[in-house]
Design a binder for this molecule. Structure first.
Ligand code: DC
Length: 219
C-alpha cells in the first residue's frame, strides 16, 4: 500500500512588515496550497469591537466579537491602517479571542494543507508543520516598508511615527502571555532586510525544499 502523506502545512511567522504576507502568498501559489492571512482574523475582531463602539482593550467585548466572527468579516476593505493595527494587537492578547479563532485556523489547513502566516502558527496552530519560517527584517526596514505601504495607499504617514508604532506592536505581540510571537524551536530564520520579494521567495523555497527533503518529504 502506498504511504499516506500528510497534507503539506507551511507556517510563516514573524513581526509586522517583515514580508510574511507577500512571501506566504507566493509559496502558496508555488505549492498549489490555500493561503490564510491569520492577522486578518484578529483585525476583523478588532473592527467589530470598534464598530460596536466598545474599546478594543475590553477583553469581554473582544471575546464576544471573536465568537460571532464570520469569514466574510475578513474580506472587508477597512482592516488595515493605524487604528485597526493597534486594536488588532490588543484583542490578540486576549486568550478567549485566540481560543475562539483556533479551530477555524486548524480546519483551514487540515484537509488539503495550507500556508498560514501570523505570529503563532508554528508554535500553537500547527506545531507539527514540517516547514516553518520565522521571517524578520531590521526594525528600520520594517518601519520603512509599512510607511511605504501606507503612502502607496494614499494615507499621509510620518516615517518616524509609523516605525515607532510598528515597534510598539511587535513588543506587545512578543511580550503577551497568550501565544506570544516567537520562533518555534524548529523554525528556520529568514532575514529579509537586504532581500527584495523575489530574493526572499528564492531563499524561502531553498530552505523549505531542504527541510522537506530532510524529512523524506518531496513536492
Ligand atoms: O499580521 P498582522 O499585522 O495583520 O496582524 C495583526 C495583529 O494580529 C498583530 O499585531 C498580531 C496579531 N496576530 C496574532 O496575534 N496572531 C496571529 N497568528 C496573527 C496576528
Amino acid at each position: 500500500m502506498a504511504p499516506v502523506s500528510a497534507p503539506l502545512l507551511i507556517a510563516i511567522d514573524g513581526p509586522a512588515a517583515a514580508g510574511k504576507g507577500t512571501l506566504a502568498r507566493r509559496l502558496a501559489a508555488h505549492f498549489g496550497l490555500p493561503y490564510l492571512d491569520t492577522g486578518l482574523l484578529y483585525r476583523a475582531v478588532a473592527r467589530r469591537v470598534i464598530d460596536s463602539g466598545q474599546s478594543p482593550a475590553d477583553a469581554t467585548a473582544a471575546a464576544e466579537a471573536a465568537r460571532v466572527l464570520v469569514p466574510e468579516d475578513t474580506r472587508r476593505g477597512d482592516l488595515r491602517g493605524p487604528p485597526v493595527d493597534e486594536a488588532a494587537s490588543l484583542v490578540a492578547s486576549v486568550p478567549a479571542v485566540r481560543a475562539a479563532l483556533l479551530e477555524f485556523q486548524r480546519a483551514f489547513g487540515r484537509e488539503n494543507g495550507a500556508v498560514l502566516d501570523g505570529r503563532d502558527i508554528g508554535t500553537v496552530i500547527f506545531p507539527q508543520a514540517p516547514a516553518k519560517l520565522f521571517v524578520t527584517a531590521s526594525p528600520e526596514e520594517r518601519g520603512r516598508r509599512r510607511w511605504a505601504e501606507l503612502v502607496a495607499r494614499g494615507v499621509a504617514a510620518d516615517l518616524g511615527a509609523i516605525t515607532a508604532e510598528v515597534h510598539a506592536r511587535d513588543a506587545a505581540d512578543a511580550a503577551r502571555a497568550a501565544a506570544p510571537m516567537k520562533p518555534a524551536a524548529d523554525a528556520m530564520l529568514l532575514d529579509t532586510t537586504a532581500l527584495d520579494a523575489d530574493a526572499a521567495f528564492a531563499a524561502a523555497l531553498a530552505m523549505i525544499g531542504e527541510r522537506l527533503a530532510s524529512q523524506g518529504l518531496t513536492r
